[in-house]
Design a protein. Structure first.
Lengths: 405, 245
């Protein structure tokens, strides 16, 4: 290593040859130990980790958010209804009606909250909020059916919450149907088509199976796109980006150095969510683990490319954050099919949902985790994500060059 | 090869707006070259072209013996740059900042450590060595930023308003550091708003509306305008007809 000694301490020293007096070709000898790009990258990544570890808020979002979201969705926000309070108005008061009442309250879905004695009490109970559904059994309940005639009973549900009402009445209908079947096992019921419903891949219709892919998508989007776009714009805002760009670090290396820590964090978050999903909530992973991780990695790249694109178009952290929230997070939550089914959206929104990367990732996750599908099932969605990633990166490079020129 | 920087009709246009209009000048090696001009006169744009941050629209420029179009990577390795905004990381410790910038300029780890020790001692910052940069006074920070910009011993160091917002005592110390650096052979290219600092430069150029309106030693410039201070020279040039009031 040839290195001219520093002369700040002894400027009078004669042997010192200032760098600029040397000939051009001497520079390469003078130039301090040519250090590998890898080493520079690792120095850069270490610096990035200092930033992340020293910012409490960032750290909280990065580490706390996934666990909180999964647990929140898992325990608090649930489409399944368990132990809903119901009331039974039993006009029949016979053997059959009591057995049905018992059957309903024995199921995990319903709890018999209070006996009802008149139609007026039903109204009052709903107003007071003490029941979610009322079952009205007519006088002589069960007698018609015993004679082979169609019988009837009434289910009254609280329409202010349509989803719950529909779910509850479906559960009740199913239980009542089973009950009637059992009462007359040998007797054929003429003119009645028995529909046997089987929910493939998610027999229990557990909402866990919906929200684990959804939460994973949101978290990966948050960490990869939002956090990186903020991290990159912070350097611009503070002014250090100028210094980095004026340094010998090639611009792609700056970007790679900035995103690698976030890739690692995003993958760590993926592991946490998968672990919580499978261990705490019993979500199955039926497909190939390697494929699952590969797809997660691909989505992380897609999100990163979006984050980079945002950071090339803005100079302030605040704009980057608002933009990420409005343009990335909201569609990811609302239009990806995570919370609202895409099939029930108006046509324009259905069309828009196609450009939301999250939509395709959720499809992939469900296919791989629930259906146990391989590449043959998800290759189209994978190609779409891949295409989007390439497109966003190309756009970023373009706007970066425009800025520079 | 006697010039650290040569610019020939260097031009930068943004759409219809010409930020830098065909400027030509030379900066000698080891010189302290003051680059003055009002806000928006095109100083920063010119500097960005010379440091490889921005591609010129037209004209030629050689920096440290390399062409700004064809060999920006070579230039970047041989220059130091201190931006108008603060160029250190506030959430990194003093020593970590030194290590980071030493590292990205490719200095070996052992040497960076030695340099860090020397630098901290020279600046008298040992009490701050392991504190975050956000916690140390602005004057110290600017001196540290400058020391880091010349850590890899560049042929030319570009300083974009390095003393903005710094107290007079620290400014004085800062200029002592600049002199020392120039004595060791590093060319100093500095922009400033302080006219007393312009007097410290070997030569000064004054930009007005994208063009270089005057370029000479401070003494010669004052003599040719028949005024006492650089401040008056500056006012004459930037406000034609004014300056007497």
């Amino acid at each position: 290593m040839s290195y001219v000694p520093m002369c700040l301490g002894n400027p009078g020293k004669k042997s010192y040859v200032p760098m600029c007096l040397k000939r051009k070709q001497d520079y390469k000898f003078f130039k301090i130990n040519p250090m590998g790009t890898n080493k520079k990258l690792s120095i850069f990544i270490r610096k990035e980790f200092y930033h992340i570890l020293r910012d409490r808020r960032t750290l909280l979002i990065l580490l706390g958010m996934p666990a909180v979201l999964v647990l929140l969705f898992g325990f608090a926000i649930s489409n399944e209804i368990k132990n809903a309070d119901i009331g039974v108005l039993d006009y029949a008061q016979n053997d059959q009606s009591q057995r049905l009442t018992q059957r309903l309250s024995a199921s995990e879905y319903f709890t018999l909250a209070l006996p009802l004695h008149s139609t007026q009490e039903i109204e009052e109970a709903f107003r007071a909020g003490s029941i979610k559904m009322a079952v009205v059994l007519p006088p002589k309940f069960g007698e018609e059916t015993a004679r082979g005639l169609p019988g009837s009973l009434q289910l009254i549900a609280d329409g202010t919450d349509p989803n719950t009402a529909t779910t509850l009445s479906n559960y009740a209908s199913a239980i009542i149907g089973d009950f009637l079947q059992e009462q007359q096992p040998l007797q054929q019921q003429p003119m009645v088509i028995q529909t046997e419903v089987r929910m493939l891949y998610n027999a229990g219709l557990k909402s866990v199976f919906m929200f684990v892919p959804g939460v994973m998508t949101v978290i990966l989007m948050l960490v990869s796109a939002m956090m990186t776009s903020i991290a990159i714009t912070r350097e611009k805002e503070v002014g250090t980006m100028e210094v980095l760009l004026a340094s010998p670090l090639p611009p792609p290396l700056i970007v790679i150095g900035k995103v690698i820590p976030y890739i690692l964090l995003a993958l760590a978050n993926t592991a946490v969510i998968l672990l919580l999903g499978t261990e705490v909530f019993g979500m199955p992973i039926r497909g190939n683990y390697a494929l699952l991780w590969l797809e997660c990695f691909l989505f992380v790249l897609t999100a990163l490319s979006l984050g980079i694109l945002i950071s090339t178009r803005t100079d302030s952290q605040q704009v980057a954050m608002l933009f990420s929230l409005m343009v990335l997070m909201l569609p990811t939550i609302l239009l990806s099919g995570f919370i609202f089914p895409i099939e029930s959206m108006p046509l324009p929104l259905q069309v828009i949902s196609n450009i939301i990367p999250a939509k395709w990732f959720i499809i992939i996750l469900k296919d791989v985790m629930l259906k146990g599908g391989g590449m043959e099932l998800v290759w189209q969605e994978t190609l779409i994500l891949l295409g989007m990633t390439v497109f966003f990166i190309a756009l970023s490079v373009r706007s970066f060059n425009i800025r520079l020129a | 090869m006697n010039h650290a920087i040569t610019a020939n009709n260097l031009t930068k246009r943004f759409g219809d707006f010409t930020a830098v209009d065909a400027i030509s000048f030379e900066v000698d090696k080891g010189e302290i070259f003051g680059f003055l001009g009002a806000n928006g006169a095109g100083k920063t744009t010119a500097m960005r072209m010379l440091t490889g941050l921005s591609r010129p629209t037209e004209g030629e420029a050689m920096v440290a013996g390399y062409d700004v179009y064809r060999e920006p990577e070579q230039i970047k390795r041989r220059i130091g740059y201190m931006s108008q905004k603060f160029s250190l990381y506030e959430d990194l410790k003093v020593r970590e900042n030194i290590r980071f910038y030493g590292g990205i300029y490719g200095l070996p780890r052992k040497q960076v450590r030695q340099e860090a020790d020397r630098l901290i001692e020279e600046l008298g910052m040992s009490e701050f060595a392991n504190s975050l940069v956000s916690g140390i006074p602005l004057g110290w920070r600017q001196k540290l930023a400058f020391s880091i910009a010349i850590l890899h011993r560049p042929a030319i160091v570009f300083l974009d308003e390095p003393t903005g917002g710094v107290d007079p005592v620290t400014r004085r110390q800062f200029w002592e550091m600049i002199y020392k650096t120039a004595n060791e052979g590093t060319t100093v290219f500095v922009t400033t708003h302080y006219m007393d600092e312009a007097e410290y430069c070997n030569r000064v150029s004054i930009m007005v509306e994208g063009r270089i309106a005057a370029l000479d030693t401070p003494q010669a410039m004052k003599a040719s305008f028949g005024v006492e201070t650089m401040n008056e020279v500056f006012l004459r040039l930037t406000r034609p007809g004014g300056g007497n009031t």
